[in-house]
Design a protein around this ligand. Structure first.
Ligand SMILES: [Zn+2]
Length: 95
């Protein structure tokens, strides 16, 4: 059975705080679940307008690589790329 893991959640939060802070990004909607040998990590990355999809994807891939580096579990990571300026409106549309 999977469960919320406070230690893993703290670890992921610290990494996201550091990596987004260094890049002047924001994140939200962090969800972390863990089973015996796997971890599921989901979050939204908020990019400023004008950032190309290519640049955003490269940044997201770097952050994903850092998040998946702990070797003790297999991580499934979903980082959603969102525009900072319109994401609140986008969430209202999709929820
Ligand atoms: Zn979002």
């Amino acid at each position: 059975m999977d469960e919320a893991d406070q230690e893993l959640n703290m670890k992921v939060s610290c990494i996201l705080e550091r990596e987004t802070g260094e890049r002047r990004l924001r994140y939200h909607e962090l969800r972390v679940r863990r089973s015996e040998n796997s971890a599921w990590i989901e979050y939204h990355l908020l990019f400023q307008s004008g950032v190309t999809l290519d640049a955003a994807h490269k940044t997201a891939t770097k952050i994903e690589g850092i998040l998946s580096s702990p070797p003790d579990v297999h991580s499934y990571i979903n980082g959603y790329l969102e525009p900072r300026e319109t994401h609140a409106m986008d969430h209202r549309i999709t929820r």
